[in-house]
Design a protein around this ligand. Structure first.
Ligand SMILES: NC(=O)c1ccc[n+]([C@@H]2O[C@H](COP(=O)([O-])OP(=O)(O)OC[C@H]3O[C@@H](n4cnc5c(N)ncnc54)[C@H](OP(=O)(O)O)[C@@H]3O)[C@@H](O)[C@H]2O)c1
Length: 341
């Protein structure tokens, strides 16, 4: 089978194609013919050696993808040939609070990921995806959508009538917008682009703030809630955004610490957290049970992920470069089963 690997050093220039022996499913495992994958910012950091510089190479990158079950190992009853499934992000985290080994069982580093024609995974470590979704839409779910679901639903206990502040218009953020709207919540969204804000409003955001032209966007968000503050912040910016998030949040609100797009070391006023009873909740994607709940909710509403673009596997480097350029709106996907290599 053909796979994309990062080898000989980190960097997009070291993405290459490799021929690997076709894998065989062992007891309790399934063989998947992969159809599509999607990129997350983490995958870009991984390929550049910035996510885990000690990651052994070669590595098949990317955590997210969808495939069809084409082989069953001994003892597998949970799935059948022909099922269309997504491998879960942390392969061993099925439900509950994770232990250390479970959060280390992640695809696309340290484990080989989804950019391969064939993949063997444990039958327990996949989720069947709704039939109405295209392969690209299904491939968009495992990391970004589950992260947004965990932040707002599993941990965030979102209620109808809540106000959610969503930062930026990347993968996690547009899923947060979708999930918040499915729950009857209001969404205030930020972006560096006025055009993207218009598109986000078309998807249901009530208000948009350009975080470049309005660096005090946290204050503006608070004003938009009659100075009460928002109930949730989906915090993907990191070091440069947490201060404004603390300005936007209401007393007793929750900030989901998800991303570090602007850096990992933040200086934050601790009094702003304690005086307002704010909860800072670290989020690491989520477990299989959250993924399954997400799929049920999407299917009830026939809701679709926002797909920015789809690249052929042969153009994998261009797909990563597209993400690095930051002009995307929603998910960047890669078609695996229609390659021209
Ligand atoms: N903890 C977890 O489990 C988890 C899971 C998934 C992702 N993440 C992290 O979450 C972040 C987003 O991931 P993603 O895959 O959604 O990325 P993505 O699709 O590449 O989205 C990036 C978007 O974020 C916005 N952005 C960039 N810098 C920003 C800033 N300083 N303030 C506000 N928005 C900013 C930009 O939106 P505009 O173009 O609209 O300005 C950009 O398009 C990354 O740091 C990623 O590592 C964490």
């Amino acid at each position: 089978m053909k796979a994309v690997i990062i080898d000989g050093g980190f960097g997009l220039e070291n993405l290459q194609f490799a021929d690997r022996p076709d894998p065989e499913p062992g007891p309790g495992q399934v063989l998947l013919r992969m159809k599509a994958a999607s990129l997350n910012f983490r995958d870009l950091l991984t390929v550049r050696g910035l996510y885990n510089p000690r990651q052994p190479l070669p590595l098949i990158p990317c955590s997210d993808g969808v495939g069809e079950v084409i082989g069953l190992g001994d003892g597998v009853t949970r799935l059948a040939a022909g099922d269309r499934v997504c491998p879960i992000f942390a392969q061993d985290w099925l439900a509950g609070t994770p232990h250390r080994d479970q959060v280390r069982s992640t695809l696309g580093g340290p484990l080989d990921g989804t950019l391969a024609e064939l993949m063997v995974v444990n039958a327990e470590s996949v989720v069947k995806v709704p039939a109405y979704l295209t392969d690209e839409e299904a491939a968009a779910l495992p990391c970004a959508a589950v992260t947004a679901w965990t932040a707002l639903v599993t941990e965030g206990e979102i209620q109808a009538g809540d106000t959610v502040l969503v930062q930026g218009t990347g993968g996690v953020s547009l899923f947060a917008l979708l999930i918040a709207r499915l729950h009857g919540a209001r969404v205030i969204i930020t972006s560096s682009s006025d055009d993207k804000l218009v598109r986000a409003k078309d998807l249901g955001a009530s208000d948009g703030i350009n975080y470049v032209s309005e660096p005090e966007w946290g204050k503006i968000a608070r004003q938009l809630t009659d100075k009460v503050g928002v109930d949730h912040v989906v915090e993907v910016g990191g070091a440069a955004t947490l201060d404004q998030s603390l300005r936007a949040i209401r007393v007793g609100g929750r900030i989901s610490i998800i991303g570090v797009l602007s850096g990992v070391q933040a200086t934050i006023p601790l009094t702003a957290i304690l005086m307002s009873n704010v909860r800072l909740q670290g989020i690491l994607v989520g477990h299989r049970a959250s993924f399954e709940a997400l799929c049920r909710a999407l299917a009830q509403a026939s809701a679709r992920p926002v797909i920015d673009s789809t690249f052929a596997l042969a153009d994998v480097r261009a797909a990563f470069e597209h993400m690095a350029a930051g002009a995307h709106f929603g998910k960047i996907c890669i078609r695996i089963d229609q390659q021209s290599q």
